[in-house]
Design a binder for this molecule. Structure first.
Ligand SMILES: Nc1ncnc2c1ncn2[C@@H]1O[C@H](COP(=O)(O)OP(=O)(O)OP(=O)(O)O)[C@@H](O)[C@H]1O
Ligand SMILES: [Mg+2]
Length: 492
């Protein structure tokens, strides 16, 4: 983080200093988690969903926090007031502090801020873009999937005065959410990937999701660039919301290039035997050279055809940020899964392959992952296992979407289905009604039950794909399948 003193933090947040603040001291890191606190840190105490950060001020000071941002005054073990900036709302204060920091960074030197939103693929795209931009200059991107009113400021707190590229992932669960996040970072480049049914429960409708994602392009400044997915009808419609003072760069992996003025197009899109995306990256525009139009061959280390879109989006964002197409193409092969539990492939020494996609799940990402699994099976003749937990947050669509997914598993000819958790029961029912029976399909209630069943029945050569919603902790099962011995227990 850029070095800040207590006066600056009070100025940025409209806060009040407590009597024990050392006004000459500065902080160089900031966090809401006392366990991540380091020397000269600013600890932000905010009431969370499960606990209240104000309870951890002592722990944070022990870990090196020299200043606290809090909603109320607290005292230490000796009854002394903790040195703090007191604000009415710590989450709002984080946003204000982040905005202040972005201003300072921009004032110091040229900085390009890129915001990424969409219903699926944000984290994959930001990781790909971070790999591309890091070849050009100091790049800051969110850790994991930080994309909320807390995650966005925390990302900005990791930037420095020298940061050349600042990538921000933006998620939303209500109309107005993206506008608020965009107001913190004011992106120069706004990337919108897809509008899906993700989180439809909290939004009420797909239209509301489209309305919210589009807030990112409305926020563009003069000279800004909207990077839009021409293949998604709801994203394409956002072109009319791009302000006149900004421009649009399209990306597409459709069967034929869209009739748009400036497009990065994936021609001859395909996958390798390991299901790594491969395509010819063409730039089709008035200012394109013959080589740009002919295309340059691209492969990357991500797994699944669906990542073509994310790679294109990352390439387009880098191009919009001024990076040469040839440099983008050169850097593409070094793009690998960078955040945990996203199509992470482990080839075990016993010949079993685990594909851990257990970070999260919704209907779109489940279908994409299962299709990839089916393709891997088809390419290699290996037996395929889908180990699936529930998709949460689908509201009244829950049963229907799970039944449909069970049908998809059968139609894709996945060899073995293990459904995990009571909430995923309809997935099992969908598969059974579609014609899967006997040993092909099982329903177990717990991760332990799933592990025991798979361990009993798996054999060298199997490919085991694990996926479920974040709240179901299926990644613990994926971790165990990746590392623990598998196989029939010896008979006593
Ligand atoms: N374009 C896509 N189409 C379908 N599935 C995708 C696509 N891109 C990524 N996925 C899959 O969706 C899941 C989530 O991907 P990722 O973490 O990149 O998305 P996200 O938008 O950041 O999600 P979240 O909202 O949970 O932060 C992964 O299983 C990934 O393989
Ligand atoms: Mg994410």
């Amino acid at each position: 983080m850029i070095e800040l003193n207590a006066q600056q933090i009070a100025e940025a947040t409209g806060g009040r200093l407590t009597s024990t603040v050392d006004t000459t001291a500065t902080v160089t890191t900031a966090n809401t988690d006392s366990r991540l606190m380091t020397a000269n840190g600013l600890f932000i105490a905010r009431p969370g969903e499960t606990t209240d950060g104000h309870h951890f001020i002592g722990a944070a000071r022990d870990a090196g926090a020299t200043l606290i941002l809090a909603e109320r005054e607290t005292t230490d073990a000796n009854g002394q007031p903790d040195p703090a900036v007191i604000v009415p709302d710590a989450t709002v204060a984080m946003a204000n502090l982040a905005r202040y920091i972005v201003d300072k960074i921009r004032q110091h030197s040229e900085t390009t801020v890129i915001g990424i939103t969409g219903s699926v693929g944000k984290t994959s795209t930001k990781d790909a873009l971070a790999t591309l931009l890091a070849t050009q200059g100091p790049t800051v991107a969110p850790q994991g999937s930080y994309n909320s009113e807390v995650g966005v400021p925390l990302t900005i707190f990791t930037a420095d005065l020298d940061t050349r590229y600042l990538i921000v992932e933006m998620g939303a669960d209500r109309v107005g959410n993206i506008r608020d996040l965009a107001d913190i970072v004011r992106p120069d480049i706004s990337v919108v990937l897809t509008v899906g049914s993700a989180h439809a429960a909290s939004f009420g409708s797909v239209d509301n999701i489209a309305q919210t994602k589009g807030e990112l392009v409305e926020a563009l400044p003069a000279g800004g660039v909207a990077v839009l997915n021409a293949d998604d009808i709801n994203v394409a419609a956002m072109a009319t919301r791009v302000p006149d003072h900004a421009s649009t760069l399209w990306f597409s992996a459709a069967f034929a290039p869209p009739r748009r003025p400036r497009v990065l197009y994936a021609a001859n899109a395909d996958t390798t035997v390991d299901e790594n995306p491969r395509f010819d990256l063409q730039y089709l525009a008035d200012d394109a050279t013959a080589t740009d139009r002919a295309g340059r061959e691209v492969t990357a280390g991500l797994i699944g055809e669906h990542h073509t879109t994310n790679l294109l989006a990352a390439a387009a964002a880098a191009f919009a940020a001024g990076v040469d197409l040839s440099a983008i193409v050169t850097a593409m092969p070094s793009i690998k899964p960078a955040s945990a539990h996203r199509m992470a492939r482990t080839d075990r020494t016993d010949g079993i392959t685990i594909i851990d996609d257990a970070y999260n799940a919704n209907p779109e990402s489940m279908r994409a992952g299962l299709k990839t699994l089916a393709m891997l099976g088809r390419n290699t003749g290996r037996r395929t296992w889908a180990v699936l937990g529930p998709m949460l947050e689908l509201g009244d669509q829950h049963a229907k979407e799970h039944i449909l997914l069970g049908e998809v598993v059968v139609r894709l000819n996945i060899d073995q289905l293990v459904v995990v958790g009571a909430a995923a029961r309809a997935l099992y029912t969908g598969a059974v009604n579609e014609g899967s029976w006997g040993d092909e399909v099982d329903h177990v209630l717990t991760n332990e039950g799933a592990f025991d069943l798979i361990s009993q029945r798996t054999a060298p050569g199997d490919i085991i794909f694990v996926k479920g919603s974040n709240g179901t902790r299926l990644w613990e099962l994926a971790d165990k399948l990746t590392t623990a011995p598998l196989g029939r227990k010896e008979q006593q």
